[in-house]
Ligand binder design. Structure first.
Ligand code: NAD
Ligand code: UDP
Ligand code: UDP
Length: 316
């Protein structure tokens, strides 16, 4: 898949997903301006791009205005794991809301197309399963996850109001759990936790009884969906779910990872965090129809790549 327009801004470009997106865009022949404040991202994720003539890095916090000249904007800046976004919850809401306002203001001045990396968390702890885009969600407005969930919901509101009020070209993508190389080893997310624990021969920490479910998408598939959405016709604005519908329990995930890593890991149970959703699975009919997109990488192959990455990281 190839995008056909010049200079791209990627906010959060030094993060897990952002760095893979920068790779894809540079490979596709585009100029990329990567903007990041390095809160959770790191230069190591984009070190290989630093000398590239089509790549530029700028340290900047999106809660402050940004005046640059670009053709299209991917807005990914925001800590994504519960451990990180709960570290400074006020800053998390500011990043989602002020960050969206600033990037939308930038897009408005430039008349640039802008894509928002939204999240399945807008559905909260869902009553309908799998989740379709028309479902409004069940989100606690005052809990420990609210800074992220409500921040992302407000960002979606802003995107749709800039579309209605200023006729901006918007794209809203609801990303479901994604994993792969360059996940942060200490971000507390389940795939990185389990792999690192298994590689170290430590007990695997299952929160609650482990019967809660998630559906994991490999990063390459996710980036493919993101690029297709950005490149889709102007009248398709979303929101659109991008994720892998292959749903599994955390117990099954632990067994799969221990099996693939090999070695002696045992399982320990820890308390379930507050507001932890019971189940999550994307309905991807809209993405299939509108973007001709579906995930291709199965869990076994994706985990193999991710395990190899962490094995290398831990050895370094
Ligand atoms: P990440 O934490 O690796 O990346 C986020 C990046 O944003 C980091 O590089 C961080 O330094 C940067 N950032 C944070 N606050 C900033 C600010 N105020 N100004 C500038 N940069 C800032 O997370 P990720 O997994 O790559 O997530 C990227 C986006 O995708 C996020 O918006 C996240 O909400 C969304 N998302 C991710 C997932 C997933 O499973 N990975 C799921 C749903 C949504
Ligand atoms: N903004 C920005 N870069 C620009 C244009 C605007 O960061 O190139 C910010 C600016 O700080 C503003 C926000 O985007 O507060 C929203 O801009 P908009 O034009 O929608 O609103 P206004 O300027 O009227 O507040
Ligand atoms: N989880 C777990 N052990 C861990 C980390 C997470 O059992 O070491 C659980 C967590 O409670 C949740 C699921 O795995 O039910 C996914 O957690 P993650 O933080 O990766 O994503 P999210 O809850 O945001 O979907």
């Amino acid at each position: 898949m190839r995008l056909d327009i010049g200079k791209y801004l990627v906010t959060g470009g030094a993060g897990f997903l952002g760095s893979h997106l920068c790779d894809r865009l540079v490979e596709g022949g585009h100029d990329v301006l990567c903007v990041d404040n390095f809160f959770t991202g790191g230069k190591a994720n984009i070190a290989h791009l630093l000398g590239h003539p089509r790549f530029e890095l700028m340290r900047h916090d999106v809660t402050f205005p940004l005046y640059v000249e670009v053709d299209r904007i991917f807005n990914l800046a925001c800590p994504a794991s519960p451990v990180h976004y709960q570290h400074d919850p006020v800053q998390t809401t500011k990043t989602s809301v002020h960050g969206a306002i600033n990037m939308l203001g930038l897009a408005k001045r430039l008349r640039a197309r802008i894509l928002q990396a939204s999240t399945s968390e807008v559905y909260g702890d869902p009553e309908i399963h799998p989740q379709v885009e028309s479902y409004w969600g069940r989100v606690n407005p005052i809990g420990p996850r609210s800074c992220y969930d409500e921040g992302k919901r407000c960002a979606e509101t802003l995107f749709f109001d800039y579309w209605r009020q200023h006729r901006l070209e918007i794209k809203v993508m609801r990303i479901f759990n994604t994993y792969g190389p360059r996940m942060h080893p200490n971000d507390g997310r389940v795939v990185s936790n389990f792999i690192v624990q298994a590689l170290r021969g430590e007990p695997i920490t299952i929160y609650g009884d482990g019967s809660q479910t998630r559906s994991f998408c490999y990063v390459d598939d996710l980036i493919d969906g993101m690029v297709r959405l950005m490149d889709s016709p102007a009248d398709f604005i979303g929101p659109v779910n991008i994720g892998n519908p292959n749903e599994i329990t955390m117990i099954e995930l632990a067994e799969r990872i221990v099996g693939q890593v090999g070695g002696p890991s045992t399982i320990v149970h820890k308390p379930l965090p507050a507001d932890d959703p019971r189940q999550r699975q994307p309905d991807i009919a809209v993405a299939r129809e509108q973007l001709a997109w579906a995930p291709k990488v199965g869990l076994e192959d994706g985990l193999r790549e991710t395990i190899a990455y962490f094995r290398h990281q831990l050895a370094a």
